[in-house]
Design a protein around this ligand. Structure first.
Ligand code: LLP
Length: 451
């Protein structure tokens, strides 16, 4: 299998925990040889809550959200940030976003239900999905969702019908595909013409969608949405997408008189998964995107719309680490050393799915150099169940606590019960305090749906 092929000549990088820099949460520090986050010893957390366990740095999450808001508003005062719940969603997260003044992007009825249960202000919710069910649309419209992002013609009809039945006028955006292939994993590209998402600009579907939305009595068309992909390092793709979008907006204005009140530019910056990764900063993203937008608005003589962006990964990814207990080691001389842990593809599917690479360290030996190269495997019944391939690691022994970095985004949210494994709990740490925001599942939870 190609994705677990390793390099037999790989050398350990000898870095210790704090050399890992950007992949660690902001408050990570080394105390008494242990990795501490948020003023809490992660080794003690493993003992208290058990492993596997997701640990997240609350100050990091808040700091990232504030950074987006500050940087964007410096250049574009009406900008808002809608946190993309698909990266990590639970009630505590929804409440945090509400407290920070953010909007929330939900991509399913379940995420909407979570937001509502958390008391999130629904007028700041953006509802996404390429195949929203009639029930999901009903729930969103009935709740008074701030914006629904319509993805196809059937959906425009359904929104109009439900809004009519409920006697409301639903504000919407149209999701447009600008025909841009962003430089990221194919599964995370979403802006191409051949996409399951949105109305193609090039093919004329987008203009037809505007006309249909403007005629629908139950719909208030507010503007456009684009999302070209995720984990993007090169911001030129955004500039090109904004050019295509604003060209389109000007053409619509000329044809119908409609100008957008809201433009939503989709997800945020990519993040460092490996210590040497160099993603662009939030500040650079904000200045590039707003400069391109202002320039295009001026070039087409279009009024300034409100701006939304929907970062997910960059808010939570580096805030999180997953703690595991080392179970067994298997040294295959001349081949490789396997380190197996008490989790795996059920709590982190990204290695198997996207060939993702993670930095690992032993939380209880964090001051020692990572002087070995190992492959970290999970405990599931298949060979593709790997967490990190050719990872530098301190010499491991059974019952060491392994920390895998950058797991705050798209790990818990993509977790499964494969092999009837319980999903780990999530603990947030801040100022020396740990609070469990999601408890570990139990076997009773696994049996809850049995009829
Ligand atoms: N807005 C929309 C409409 C999206 O589809 C996404 C991500 C975002 C915002 C957030 O993008 P971000 O800031 O996180 O890049 N499961 C994959 C990622 C899929 C992303 C899907 N959409 C992964 O684990 O990498």
């Amino acid at each position: 299998m190609a994705h677990i092929a390793h390099n037999p000549d790989a050398w350990p990088d000898m870095r210790t925990a704090l050399d890992l820099g950007a992949v660690l949460p902001r408050t990570a520090e080394l105390r008494d040889g242990h990795l501490w986050i948020g003023g809490v010893d992660t080794v003690a957390l493993a003992a208290q809550f058990g492993t596997a366990l997701y640990v997240m740095d609350e100050a990091h999450i808040r700091g990232q959200l504030r950074e987006y808001l500050t940087q964007l508003r410096e250049h574009y005062p009406t900008a808002d940030v809608a946190y993309a719940g698909k990266a990590f969603c639970c009630q505590a997260m929804c409440r945090l976003v509400a407290e920070e003044g953010g909007w929330l992007d939900v991509s399913s009825g379940g995420e909407l239900a979570c937001a509502q249960a958390a008391g999130f202000p629904v007028e700041r919710v953006v509802v996404h999905g390429n195949c929203k069910t009639p029930l999901e649309l009903w729930a969103a419209i009935e709740a008074g969702a701030g914006l629904i992002v319509a993805d196809c013609f059937e959906e425009l009809e359904r929104i109009d019908r439900v809004a009519g039945e409920l006697g409301v006028i639903q504000p919407i955006l149209l999701r447009l595909t600008p025909g841009i292939i962003a430089d990221t994993h194919e599964y995370m590209q979403t802006g191409a013409e051949d996409s399951k998402f949105g109305f193609g600009i090039g093919a004329g579907a987008a203009l037809a969608a505007v006309e249909k939305a403007l005629q629908a009595p139950g719909i208030a068309l507010k503007g456009y949405h684009i999302h070209i992909g995720s984990q993007i390092f090169a911001f030129e793709s955004y500039q090109r997408a904004i050019e295509v979008l604003l060209d389109f907006a000007a053409g619509v204005r000329d044809a119908t008189g409609f100008t957008p009140e809201v433009l939503d530019l989709g997800g945020g910056v990519g993040v460092a998964y490996q210590a040497d990764d160099q993603p662009g900063s939030i500040a650079a993203f904000a200045s590039t995107v707003t400069a391109a937008l202002c320039q295009q608005l001026a070039a087409h003589d279009l009024p300034e719309p409100r701006l939304l962006v929907e970062p997910g990964r960059s808010i939570v990814a580096n805030a999180g680490v997953t703690l595991y207990t080392v179970g067994v080691l298997k040294d295959l001389p001349g081949i490789r050393t396997w380190v197996a842990v008490d989790g795996g593809m059920s709590d982190n599917i990204r290695t198997a799915l996207y060939d993702a690479h993670y930095e690992c360290l032993l939380a209880n030996k964090a001051d020692q150099p990572r002087s070995t190269v190992v492959t970290v495997a999970g405990k599931h019944c298949e060979s593709g169940d790997v967490v990190a391939i050719d990872a530098s690691l301190q010499p491991a022994e059974p019952f060491d606590i392994l920390a895998v970095c950058t797991t705050g985004a798209y790990n818990y949210s993509m977790a499964s019960n494969y092999n009837r494994q319980v999903r780990p709990g999530v603990v947030w740490v801040q100022d020396g305090q740990a609070r469990e925001v999601l408890r570990r599942e139990t076997y009773e939870d696994l049996l809850r749906c049995e009829v």
